[in-house]
Design a protein around this ligand. Structure first.
Ligand SMILES: [Zn+2]
Length: 489
């Protein structure tokens, strides 16, 4: 249960999100420079993205396609003609002193408006309305190298200047910080499956600002504050929870909430008011004179609709229908496109789909969560998982040992057979070997052995456990069980 959702008797929490994602294009929004991450500073630049006089922008068609994909996936209305605008402000991260963006004017609409995304809320689906989807360019990155007593100067890296961004703005439809978290997870999943963005918050390819207000039921909207500087889904949830409590306390003191931008400080777990460029300036939006209007005809939208990659809900339903997976497994496996792909590639190699699902939803997901990594960034491949499952099927390793082999496989980047061989982890099914162990266990535990001889089989699992222990977990448990019964009958 989400405690911050509970009303204080007078006010409900009202939250809207503004999400920026970096689009998966090879080149920038208005020039041919590469968008590659991690290049040396100021190496991926040209007169256009440096804002040099006389340079002219040319719109990246691929970026428009990815925007349209998003609009179609969210069920938005795509506008046949949209315009780009100049958003003017003066700041060192902006070479031209304006950012080319889109705004929502009645006569100059953005790429798309309307739309909806469903999220789970207290176990039930809830529809969150989308206000608009628009395209814009990213700013340069400012670096503040810290010297003694703080940064004496700032450095600017223009590699990010002009990188294609898409902004998704929700209506203030979210009722709790928990719902904001669910929305972020859902939109990330949708955009990853649609192959629109990598949506990695830790790498900045998904960024989220939020606004929050408190509203008396049936009353007018309350004063909103904007919350920025949140670098993870968890940070968004924590910052909004803090902000809801803070505003309640302000109202409880009989004061009024001030409309302002507040920055989240992760370390202290608080938001604080900050003067920012947004408050200080009026952006003076006006149509970008260097770009013609963006015309999108029906045929283009139809082509986008027909080539849209399989979205998460459809993928989940197909896994259930094709492989008979339980809904719980199907949900976990469609958490990311990489996981879904891994599942289908492994199944194609022969193992039973339910066994693959068990491993992915169980031991593999546990490993990923423990190490905070994704499945496409570890040394596990469909071929290796398939080979490991074959070893279990053939009785070469026990299910318990296989979990250790899995971890070793990832840590050492080796084939499962090599690990089983080099570590001597082969399951012992050989009866002659096991019989010796079984006899020793019986001799060491005369009490339980006598009980079984007297017909009380309750003690049997204990003795099987002793056989497993004596063999370092390598005994075939079924064979051990059978031999113990034979010896004690
Ligand atoms: Zn450029």
């Amino acid at each position: 249960m989400d405690s911050t959702r509970a009303h204080d008797g007078t006010h409900e929490v009202v939250i809207g999100l503004e999400i920026h994602v970096q689009l998966l294009t090879a080149s920038k929004m208005f020039c041919g420079c590469a968008t590659a991450f991690g290049a040396p500073p100021n190496t991926l630049v040209c007169p256009v993205c440096l804002g040099l006089p006389g340079s002219l922008p040319v719109l990246n068609r691929r970026a428009v396609e990815l925007g349209l994909r998003t609009a179609v996936a969210l069920g938005c209305q795509v506008h046949p003609r949209s315009r780009f605008h100049r958003k003017n402000y003066y700041y060192p991260d902006l070479a031209k002193n304006y950012q080319i963006s889109q705004y929502q004017y009645a006569d100059h609409p953005p790429l798309a408006t309307g739309g909806v995304l469903e999220i789970p809320s207290d176990g039930r689906p809830r529809r969150v309305a989308i206000r608009r989807v628009h395209l814009e360019e990213d700013t340069a990155r400012l670096l503040h190298p810290a010297g003694a007593g703080g940064a004496a100067s700032s450095l600017v890296d223009y590699n990010r200047s002009g990188v294609p961004l898409m902004e998704i703005v929700t209506e203030p439809d979210l009722c709790s910080p928990g719902e904001a978290r669910e929305f972020l997870n859902a939109i990330r999943r949708l955009l990853q499956f649609a192959e629109v963005s990598s949506c990695r918050m830790e790498e900045g390819t998904l960024r989220c600002d939020a606004n929050l207000s408190l509203q008396a039921p049936g009353g007018p909207p309350g004063v909103r504050t904007e919350v920025k500087n949140m670098n993870s889904v968890r940070a968004v949830e924590r910052a909004l929870a803090f902000e809801a409590v803070r505003q309640r306390e302000v109202l409880a003191r009989g004061e009024v909430v001030v409309q302002e931008t507040r920055h989240w400080e992760e370390r202290r777990g608080v938001t604080f008011a900050s003067r920012s460029k947004e408050e200080a300036e009026d952006y003076r939006y006006f149509p970008e004179p260097d770009l013609v209007p963006l015309d999108v005809d029906r045929a283009w939208v139809q082509a986008i609709r027909e080539t849209l990659p399989e979205l998460p809900a459809a993928r989940r339903d197909r896994l259930i229908a094709t492989f008979g997976l339980p809904a719980y497994d199907a949900d976990l496996i469609t958490a990311t496109p990489a996981m879904a792909r891994f599942f289908e590639e492994t199944v194609a190699l022969g193992p039973h789909p339910k066994a693959v699902a068990n491993w992915l939803a169980g031991a593999v997901t546990a490993y990923l969560n423990e190490h905070g990594v994704e499945i496409d960034r570890i040394a596990l491949t469909p071929a290796r998982l398939s080979a490991l499952l074959r070893l279990v099927d053939e009785g070469a390793v026990s299910g318990r040992t296989a979990k250790d082999v899995l971890v070793e496989m990832i840590a050492r980047d080796q084939e499962p057979e090599a690990i089983v061989e080099s570590r001597g982890l082969q399951q012992i099914s050989d009866e002659a070997t096991l019989r010796g162990v079984v006899d020793q266990v019986i001799a060491d535990h005369p009490g339980p052995a006598a009980e079984i001889r007297a017909g009380k089989v309750r003690a049997l699992p204990f003795l099987v456990g002793q056989v497993m222990r004596a063999t370092g977990g390598r005994a075939n448990p079924e064979a051990a069980n059978r031999l113990l019964r034979e010896r004690l009958s």
